[in-house]
Write a protein that binds this ligand. Sequence first.
Ligand code: NDP
Length: 453
Amino acid sequence: MAYTVINPADETVVTTVQRLDIEEVDAAIFGATVAQKEWARRAPLDRATLLRRFAEAVDRDLENLAQLETRNSGHPITQARGEAASVRDVLEYYSGAPERLIGQQIPVSGGMNVTFHEPMGVIGIITPWNFPMSIAAWGFAPALAAGNAVLLKPAEWTSLTSIRLGELALEAGLPEGLFQVTPGQGPVVGERFVTHPDVRKVVFTGSTEVGKRIMAGASEQVKRVTLELGGKSANIIFGDADVEAAALAAPSSVFDNAGQDCCARSRLLVQRGVFDRFMNVFEGAVQDLRVGDPLDPDTEMGPLVTLSHRDHVTSFVDDDSLVAFRGSCPSGPGAWFPPTVMTPSRDHRVVEEEVFGPVVAVLPFDDEADAIKIANDSKYGLSGSIWTQDLSRAIRVSRAVESGTLSVNSHSSVRYSAPFGGMKQSGIGRELGPDAPLQFSETKSVFYAASEN
Ligand code: NDP
């Protein structure tokens, strides 16, 4: 059965996509198990070379991938180009891994003990709709590098770039069956990754609700999981910070990708003494944000991903008296929503729940202890920023905030060379960084007895 993909900027039909059913998913899993065994036997240099060729194929197709993402997801074209380039870079980075999966030689008596990093087998990756290609690459590049096969189930709303990446892998010479894109419904295709015994690990990025189901289901087979489940991250502005710089940088920290970002700093904590000064500069910066046609290279924020998602986002702005100010957005067809700045109470729903849209809640705080208390008063712990010119405070607060990925005096986005992931209900496990291939391998310890001559 096919479904229709809609351009969120103008509500036109982009294309239709064929959904896989359970039998087709099972056939894909079988093909992957066969391909994986052959892949794991290949020389590390062969695997590295093919991953480099895959990166080159992505590079040649960069503009096409970016255009596809813009039409499918509404991402501003400049950002979409960056996302396509990041897929290439992640593949290049992990193409170094097959030849560097180095085990240990452990001193023991009576022989020799060594460890091997064995591939797990078939990995099922379930991706969300907010950064379709980048998040897919964070999983498939290190997984393939570690000698696994990969099945990728993209979110239904945004499957087009993933499907194209599957084609590019084949064009680059990756063996048939090794990296397959399996579009379809979450409860059908995604669920099958959880229940099928030949899928040895599930990597899931998406809602906490579905993530919990996946973890519960995976426990039946003690299946490995990596979960990345969103956040409600704090951007903390201390009175001793460069307040103007912090206010000018704040819009991108929460309105990039129209706020559809698990790392969005959607709680903005500002120390009372500089609150008014901060808000004044912040308001100008929000109103200067260029929201509009995603194909225009100067556009900074596009539409939301679908009309139904816009309804979800709208539900958080239920009281106009809490809206401090808003930016602009086009009217007419498309899932448009203006950047919106709210000043709610600390217990308002918009402070607690992930909005996944361009809505930020600004809260004043008294002192360092109060800022840390508010920042940690969340079930999530994914990302966040700290603005201060006091180095000791930067060290204290970055250690005290319960979050997996923080930046000081910047809003650093995800870097493929550094680990990324969340604490608390933001997830389990880490993606990216030098150790990511180890998340896709099992350590095997072997003792070789050596008799005395
Ligand atoms: P979901 O968690 O429903 O979807 C994420 C992925 O999981 C999609 O590929 C989806 O497939 C799949 N999926 C859905 N149900 C199952 C299932 N039972 N078993 C296996 N896979 C499944 O997120 P939503 O798209 O509904 O977004 C809801 C909210 O989640 C957002 O508003 C946001 O708050 C949060 N979210 C967080 C993200 C993050 O980066 N951490 C990313 C996206 C959303 P299908 O497309 O078919 O539904």
